[in-house]
Design a protein around this ligand. Structure first.
Ligand code: CMP
Length: 138
């Protein structure tokens, strides 16, 4: 059993894709163990994406992520990290496989509808960034 952090980004919320995206997770057998809607400040977005500080897209990415509400979720299941990444598709929708969330809905490499943790260590950091133990239902 593994947990991963998922974010439905501001573009996904604006496009009315919350239900569509969560439906894909559930149909694939991933369980929602926690969920909330938040509107990150620029500072909160910078903290979340601190690993990308210094990259050319960092300023624009953190502007985008603080531009409107997101839905943050914890997904739980066997191999949840890799299975969520398969459902999302490649970061750049141009490279994403057919049938994936990003291929279907993402406008570009930055506004790519969803985020998902990429490894157990990042999942632990990212889950702790948004949720405390009392907010997680196993
Ligand atoms: P995400 O999976 O949330 O992880 C980091 C985010 O940075 C990524 O999705 C994109 O939204 C963004 N990103 C990654 N690479 C680029 C890029 N080359 N140009 C702009 N944004 C990027």
């Amino acid at each position: 059993m593994e947990r991963t952090l998922s974010i439905i980004k501001p573009d996904g919320v604006k496009k009315g894709l919350i239900g569509e995206v969560i439906g894909r997770f559930e149909k694939a057998g991933l369980k929602v163990a926690a969920m909330k809607m938040i509107h990150m400040s620029k500072k909160e977005a910078e903290g979340f994406y601190a690993v990308h500080r210094g990259k050319p897209f960092y300023g624009s990415l953190t502007d985008f992520m603080s531009s409107g509400p997101c839905v943050v979720l914890i997904l739980e299941g066997e191999k949840a990290i890799s299975r969520n990444r398969e459902l999302m598709g490649a970061t750049n929708p141009k490279d994403a496989a057919p049938g994936t969330i990003r291929k279907a809905f993402a406008a570009n490499v930055e506004q790519n509808i969803v985020h998902g943790s990429d490894a157990p260590e990042t999942a632990a950091y990212e889950i702790g960034y948004f949720f405390n133990a009392l907010e997680i239902c196993s």
